[in-house]
Design a protein around this ligand. Structure first.
Ligand code: NDP
Ligand code: OXD
Length: 309
């Protein structure tokens, strides 16, 4: 028996249909209609409430309905003996590449400046600089970070990426480990955060690291809100060290209506939409994991609890 838990903006019926395209007889319940808790074997979740998973004693698999699993690992009562799997999905990756390319090129072509000039009805053309003059730094070179870095390098941008272990990616300079972070930041005019949120990466974008970026640098955060110390980011922009930020994820979502990001002239806000899981694309992987769990096999993309991602 499958239990679905998802955010209000997702329709569980769409997920149930996508799963039943592979297994017409699949039994699916939708939270809070758990029925007999012991019957639930597979929990397919996005932002489950803390304690929910601990109340399902028959669980064989916890499947994140997104790439990230911080929304599961943050539960202090998470049953630690049940495998947790995340999605690695071409469509999700494609959307992320599209979104980050949009943000990077908007910054490179100074679209924010033209928006401000438009509001003032002023015609002030300025010559664009070559793509190779914008040095992009991608924090996190995993499935999505590597795809983003490769796409940006393919456009002709000077791209580097930061990861824990050394990586070899065509046309992408690699900086690995905490000791290489400052050197990586010092050459990143446009910084893209694509890290998972873990105890090690929490608050990684703070006064010190933002200060290590070149004068006038720009920050794009599509990882998690917890990566940014928000007051430090605003101070770095208001103090003139950074030129602005493009943010898709926030410490508190939905972003509170009185949050300074909403009205800051140098900040672009989108409501966590860089990529949205498409059930039709991801269902095959979820079904495969359900089948593996039934046979007592390892799920695809099982997450390492000790690494936290
Ligand atoms: P992966 O797990 O594939 O990659 C994570 C990368 O981060 C790896 O390169 C890893 O290094 C690196 N990393 C992790 N911890 C550290 C550290 N302490 N120091 C240096 N590098 C570190 O994740 P994905 O690429 O699939 O996804 C990344 C994140 O993107 C997700 O966790 C999620 O938060 C976010 N996301 C946001 C979406 C949105 O709509 N805004 C949509 C989808 C994902 P190494 O390679 O050495 O292991
Ligand atoms: C994800 C997300 O992790 O959408 O998939 O943030």
């Amino acid at each position: 028996m499958v239990l679905l838990f998802m955010s209000d903006s997702d329709d569980p019926k769409v997920w149930a249909e996508a799963l039943r395209a592979f297994e017409p007889d699949l039994q699916v319940r939708v939270w809070p209609d758990v029925g007999v808790a012991e019957e639930i074997e597979f929990a397919l979740v996005w932002l489950p409430p803390p304690g929910m998973l601990a109340g399902l004693p028959g669980l064989k698999l916890i499947q994140s309905l997104g790439a990230g699993i911080d929304h599961i690992f943050s539960d202090p009562d998470l049953p630690r003996d049940v495998p947790v799997a995340r999605l690695v999905d071409d469509e999700l990756t494609r959307q992320m590449v599209e979104y980050v390319t949009l943000a990077v090129l908007s910054r490179h072509r100074r679209i924010d400046r033209y928006r401000r000039l438009q509001a003032e009805r002023r015609w002030r053309p300025s010559r664009s600089v070559p793509l190779s003059a914008s040095r992009v730094g991608v924090l996190g070179l995993g499935v999505i970070g590597a795809a983003v870095a490769t796409a940006l390098a393919g456009l002709g941008l000077a791209v580097a990426g930061w990861s824990r272990a050394p990586k070899q990616i065509d046309r992408v300079e690699n900086f690995a480990g905490a000791e290489r972070l400052d050197a990586f930041l010092a050459r990143s005019d446009i910084l893209v955060c694509l890290l998972p949120l873990t105890p090690e990466t929490e608050g990684v974008l703070n006064a010190r690291t933002l200060g290590a970026l070149p004068e006038g640098a720009y920050v794009i955060n599509v990882g998690r809100g917890g990566h940014v110390v928000e007051a430090d980011l605003i101070a770095a922009i208001d103090g003139g060290h950074l030129s602005g930020a493009w943010l898709d994820v926030f410490r508190s979502e939905p972003l509170p209506s009185d949050h300074p990001f909403w009205s800051h002239p140098c900040v672009t806000v989108t409501p966590h939409v860089a990529a949205l899981t498409e059930p039709a694309s991801a269902a095959a992987q979820v079904i495969e994991n359900i089948r593996r769990a039934r046979r007592g096999r390892e799920p695809l993309h099982r997450v390492d609890l000790s690494a936290g991602y």
